[in-house]
Design a protein around this ligand. Structure first.
Ligand code: ADP
Length: 452
């Protein structure tokens, strides 16, 4: 303001003085008027430059530096900078927010009041088979044509979700999606999609498991009930009674084995993996397996099985001894149960490369067709249902074996073909295997690394 007054006064003084020198009083008055006009023209020119600068977006340096116009330019520039900064901050916040939604494991789609896609994250694109760029502003109903979703989208009750097949669904790998719409704002909707394949599979498995257990228990229970009724209602001879009681004991035993296998499985699932501090001699495990196998062979009336047990004396395996014995013994008993009279069963422990070791059971039984192999470790999966039941099988043996070996860091391998017998092997990692080095004449043995 000071600059404005002083520049005006300067023009007046210069005009007045000039006029006075040229024509005394009259000249001074004319000079004052001329000075005022010059100041006004100069001021208008500066105002014009200021307005032009504003029209150009006020991005360059202001054309007027001092005075009222200069101050106005400075304030405009500061206000613009502040607005730019807050716009940048808002953009950064929006980007961070979108990046967070992008990282979400759930699919997120923002829909406008007409159901058109305004934004979607990559997970939603993958789930629903949409392209976040190409399908912008496309109606979701046109892109997602699953009938269940169309019906859901058409109604006005979005309090629950709808489960539909995912875009990547393949026959062997069905993808199931839970999709739910959440209204917000002025008629907009948020679509959330969640992969529920695992949850649905777990639920199916749980249902199947309960159905299988009920079925397995119901069969012997029905038989037992029948015998009890017979004993109650019919006058049986002592010999008949003894025979019936033996059959009843057999059915009760079957239920006991089933319950015991179920408890073993649940114990294996619910407890932490066994540590590697407890070492069990392999020879002792194989000796116990051999004893059980010969006893089972005798019970099944197949004493003519030919056995070959081959265990190195000095090897040890780390983990829970009883678990390892039950896994090994399960494989050996399967070989005995499924191999016909006269068959050969070969049980072996041998070192593998890199310090690993393998326990294998090879039999000359009927072998297993390739389509069954991937499913053998499923609970209650049986290839030969009647043979399994006849020989006291529960259908849980291989599921237990797989759990045990995995808890010990190893794996179960199955090699079998119809007519060519089967080989079931447990492969243990180097950390669970050691060879004891015996010094001649010494009673003690000390551990050494396993050598293939
Ligand atoms: P089960 O109690 O019925 O034997 P398992 O889980 O131990 O249950 O085995 C699953 C199925 O795998 C068996 O029902 C049987 O059909 C098949 N199987 C297992 N071991 C052998 C084997 N050595 N030879 C042929 N089939 C086998």
């Amino acid at each position: 303001m000071l600059w404005r007054i002083s520049s005006f006064l300067l023009c007046q003084v210069a005009g007045g003085l000039g006029g006075w020198l040229l024509a005394r009083e009259r000249g001074a008055i004319a000079g004052l008027v001329a000075g005022g006009l010059v100041w006004l023209l100069l001021d208008l020119a500066r105002g014009g430059r200021f307005v032009r600068w504003l029209r150009q977006g006020a991005e360059s340096d202001p054309p007027v530096g001092v005075g009222l116009w200069g101050e106005a330019a400075d304030r405009v520039r500061r206000a613009l900078r502040a607005r730019e900064r807050s716009a940048e901050e808002a953009t950064d916040r929006l980007q961070a927010f979108l990046a967070a939604i992008q990282a979400s494991p759930n699919g997120v789609v923002l829909l406008d009041p007409d159901g058109r896609i305004e934004w979607s994250n990559q997970t939603a694109a993958h789930h629903l088979g949409i392209d976040p760029q190409r399908d912008l502003m496309q109606a979701i109903g046109n892109l997602l044509r699953e009938p269940a979703f169309s019906a859901y989208n058409a109604q006005n009750d979005y309090s629950h979700d709808v489960v539909i097949p995912g875009r990547d669904t393949a026959p062997g790998r069905p993808l199931r999606l839970s999709v739910q719409l959440h209204p917000y704002g002025q008629g907009r909707k948020l679509l959330l999609s969640r992969d529920v394949t695992g949850v649905e599979q777990a639920e199916t498995m749980r249902r199947d498991f309960v159905a299988n257990v009920s079925h397995e228990i119901r069969t012997p229970l029905t038989v037992l009930g029948g015998f009890i009724e017979t004993l109650q209602n019919l006058p049986l001879s002592p010999a008949e009674q003894t025979r019936y009681l033996a059959l009843m004991a057999q059915q009760a035993g079957r239920m006991q084995t089933l319950v015991s296998d179920l408890l073993t499985l649940s114990r294996l699932e619910g407890s932490p993996p066994p540590g590697a501090g407890e070492w069990t001699p392999v020879a002792a495990l194989l000796a116990q397996c051999e004893q059980d196998a010969r006893a089972l062979s005798a019970v099944l009336g197949k004493s003519s099985h030919e056995f070959a047990f081959d265990a190195p004396q000095a090897m040890e395996v780390a983990g829970a001894g009883p678990e390892l014995l039950s896994a090994m013994s399960n494989l050996v008993s399967n070989a005995v149960r499924y191999t016909p009279v006269g068959g050969r069963i070969q049980v072996q422990w041998r070192p593998l490369s890199e310090g690993r070791a393998e326990f294998s059971v090879r039999d000359t039984g009927p072998g297993i067709a390739p389509e069954h192999l991937p499913r053998l470790t499923e609970r209650f999966y049986r290839v030969d249902r009647s043979r399994s039941r006849e020989t006291g099988g529960t259908g849980l043996g291989l599921a237990i074996v797989k759990h045990v070996v995995q808890r010990h860091g190893g794996e179960l391998r199955i090699d079998s073909a119809p007519g060519a017998g089967s080989t079931f092997s447990l492969v243990f990692p180097a950390s669970r295997v050691r060879t004891l080095r015996r010094s001649p004449g010494a009673a003690d043995a000390r551990p050494a690394t396993a050598t293939p």
